[in-house]
Ligand binder design. Structure first.
Ligand SMILES: [Zn+2]
Length: 296
């Protein structure tokens, strides 16, 4: 499952091609992905100009002139690539290499851009991704978005906000941080990384980071900073793959994330001075990687 920084990187990679371009044709090669495409998907988009690309949690948002918005989710294996000009580009930064097998090209946006014709192709072998349409004015109330908490990017996520969410909560930190009603788009990998950076046990109860009067303890201030930083670092790393791409020969190499704790079971902890070993536990059916020595 692509995490928020990967979706943000896809958005940043597609924006220069898609923003301001006109959709000549929105070609659907099958009636559904995870869900059926909305009726009239192609008709609504054809001939219309793309105003801007955005992101909310792990959803890519394509604002179309006239107020319609394409909501796209990459599911497990979805990716976009840009064709036309002379090369093929796959904007993004994925854990698992993305398919370029044409049998899995399910949606093709035929675009008129300032640089000529381009095709933005959505490929998804497992078809857990989906696309939907909504009106911009009701997007915040849409079932995908209405219950989402703050984004870990930007300046809205602060320790007071999380303290209000965590106050009195008996859930382990891991579960409380994965809860999209608290923080939108934070996934398993970056929750593990943020807890490790903040030296907090994934099994600690969320409410223990909040004082009796509902203020954030020092540890929650550190955790908030760790969350924001771990996401910012990953987006920065994704952005550097896009910059590398511009310098390179046209093919985008897949950036290999290097994590400090995620997927490092039995390896030494990287906290300076810590002699611990990374362990793996299962919480709510998901693997949690942590160091029992320095995460309390
Ligand atoms: Zn450690």
């Amino acid at each position: 499952m692509p995490e928020l920084p990967e979706v943000e990187t896809v958005k940043r990679g597609l924006a220069p091609v898609m923003e301001g371009s006109r959709i000549r044709r929105a070609e659907l090669r099958r009636p559904d992905l995870r869900f059926p495409f909305p009726p009239a998907f192609s008709e609504v988009l054809e001939g219309r100009r793309i105003v801007s690309l955005g992101r909310r949690a792990k959803y890519l948002l394509i604002d179309i002139e006239g107020g319609d918005v394409v909501i796209a989710h990459l599911g497990m294996s979805g990716s976009f690539r840009v064709e036309g000009a002379s090369e093929v580009e796959t904007p993004g930064d994925f854990q698992i290499p993305r398919s370029k097998d044409a049998r899995h090209d399910h949606v093709v946006f035929h675009l008129e851009t300032a640089d000529g014709e381009r095709r933005v192709v959505y490929n998804d072998p497992r078809r857990f991704g989906f696309m939907d349409l909504a009106r911009r004015e009701v997007l915040a109330a849409h079932p995908f978005f209405r219950d989402l908490g703050e984004e870990p990017t930007g300046n809205t996520l602060d320790a007071d906000y999380i303290a209000a969410k965590f106050r009195g909560r008996q859930a382990p930190l891991k579960a409380a941080l994965l809860d999209q009603k608290n923080i939108a788009g934070l996934g398993n990998i970056y929750v593990c990384e943020a807890l490790w950076r903040a030296h907090l046990s994934p099994e600690r109860l969320a409410g223990t980071l909040v004082t009796a009067v509902g203020k954030p303890k020092k540890e929650l201030v550190a955790l908030t900073e760790a969350i924001r930083q771990v996401i910012a670092d990953a987006i920065e790393a994704g952005g550097s793959t896009l910059r590398d791409h511009i310098r390179a020969d046209g093919s985008l190499g897949y950036f290999q994330h290097s994590f400090s704790v995620y997927d490092r079971e039995k390896e030494p902890c990287r906290t300076p001075g810590c002699t611990g070993t990374i362990g793996r536990i299962v919480q709510s059916g998901r693997s949690t990687f942590h160091c029992a020595v320095c995460q309390k």
